[in-house]
Design a protein around this ligand. Sequence first.
Ligand code: GRG
Length: 292
Amino acid sequence: MGNAFTDRMARDQALIEDYLARAFASEARHADLQEAMEYSLLAGGKRIRPVLTLETCRLCGGDVQAALPFACGVEMVHTYSLIHDDLPAMDNDDLRRGRPTNHIVYGEATAILAGDALLTAAFEQLTKANLSADRVVEAVGCLSHAAGSAGMVGGQALDMAGEGRALDREELELLQSLKTGALISAAAELGCIAAGGTPEQRGRVRAYAQALGRAFQVRDDMLDVISSQAELGKPVGSDQTNEKNTFVTTLGLEGCATLVEELTRQAVEAMDGFAQPEFHVWLARSLAQRTK
Ligand code: GRG
């Protein structure tokens, strides 16, 4: 389906893959820790979050190369969350990114450590950006807030607390905005920070990413019902098996499709005022149709 935007996305992904492949290459190896970290980090995820960082840096007039450590830091936080989410104490999944999950291959203790080490390494990466100290500090503040109890981990806690009872729409929106939306928003905001964007640009970037993140999660819930294990690289139907609260259980498939459309419209609208919003507009529209 090659077009100028898929080519551009492929170039961004290549930069990210190359950086991630080198991130721990010169580190002394301790038992199988780094191997376990790289097993999940280099397993070929879609790299949506780091692409958002790079492209939002470009959108706000910055240098993509300078934003690479920020982008890869976000992907490390995301990968740690997947490793820990798959653990027996959480979702107890055995397939992720088309491979056996980290704890299946390396055991639970090493999988916990690999997640811990990726989370810490993410912040080390931020400090490596060739940017002013105030931009780095702002990025550390933004990412740590989004990843922690006020963001992603808080969302996971709400998810676990909600197991076994039906959540209403408002509770589900809050849970998902923390669990999925906070990191997606931080990914985009880090691009704006790297570029030295204005507060007004930051606000529009946040509005875009929040709408995109919500649409992404609703589509994710739909794919668990309408897609296949071969396509997703992880089991399908697991939400129903685990009696999870999802947008499909709350709104039904048709309601979800309408909501994804509306959120995508909101994301596109938030791009008004940027000189070259085309990539972000394309990304929002293609994620709304994604099949994996
Ligand atoms: C900190 C344990 C812990 C969990 C935090 C983010 C999270 C909560 C858990 C991960 C599992 C999950 C289903 C999260 C919802 C967000 C989501 C759709 C993740 C999958 O992201 P993709 O599709 O994955 O971008 P790839 O593999 O392409 O990177």
